[in-house]
Design a protein around this ligand. Sequence first.
Ligand code: C2E
Ligand code: MG
Ligand code: MG
Ligand code: MG
Length: 279
Amino acid sequence: RAKELGRDSLQVHRNDGGSRVAERFNLQEELRTAIAGGQLFLDYQPQIDLASGHVRGVEALVRWNHPRLGVLAPGSFIALAEECGLILPLGLWVLKTACRQNKRWHDLGLPPVVMAVNVSPRQFCDPMLIDQVSLALKDSGLEPQFLELELTENAISQDVPRALATMAELEKLGIRLTIDDFGTGYANLAALKTFPVRRLKMDRSFVEALPHDPTMAAIASAVISLARGLNLSVVAEGVENAEQMAYLRHNGCDEVQGFHFSRPVAPESIERLLAAPPA
Ligand code: C2E
Ligand code: MG
Ligand code: MG
Ligand code: MG
């Protein structure tokens, strides 16, 4: 059985001990079924332009409707998917689904938004990524400027020349690249200038303590200045209240995303939001 599942599942056996092995092994098998069997779905969280109050983008966030355990957050299965390689089919499913959804909104005549899709480190290093992105665009008919990929600092700093080549290919497709959770990874600030990214997404950990914690406030405004200086736009994640939003606006942040405006929601809710006048 293990042989049939390949090298990656054996890796899980070697690294873990006791009953957790069986548990994880089982979850891995179940995830394989889930990807093929329609148990995954996407919620979407709006990104708001601070100057106009308009929804400018949405981030696609994957969930797993597990038959026994109920709806699982990505925190409970993305790392496993990344370890065992299932992140590749999962990532392709997310890309295709998110692109199709955005095209559907366009076809409904709603104001256009950019669809942001998370790309894990292993996915970013996979040579198939470029083809998968082109496929998702072609398959959906979505124009490339309405797709954004969120990359992590760690994924792009492992092998900078290679990352640069991949990013250049992606950029050639006409899509937008963003660095997610900015400030939490290994930030090669000098390399940042050479990366063809268009924006930074400030990590939630810096937003959380705004505006009262002076250290976090200093970091947040420094990230915004850095983005400005490099001519990148900047979006803050995890904005939960009006004070945080006011601080970010005052310091020149372009967009915000967080529970203050909306939790990640089903596509129908995004439709209603896009159809409504700005708040
Ligand atoms: P992320 O890309 O940093 O996504 C933002 C996470 O913060 C989401 O958690 C979102 O629900 C949560 N969040 C948004 N606003 C707030 C807020 O105001 N307060 C707080 N406390 N949290 C907020 P979620 O959906 O559980 O996703 C967690 C992580 O899982 C994501 O972090 C991303 O790294 C990963 N992920 C999600 N979907 C995918 C996917 O399709 N592919 C890959 N590779 N990773 C994904
Ligand atoms: Mg993200
Ligand atoms: Mg993030
Ligand atoms: Mg985050």
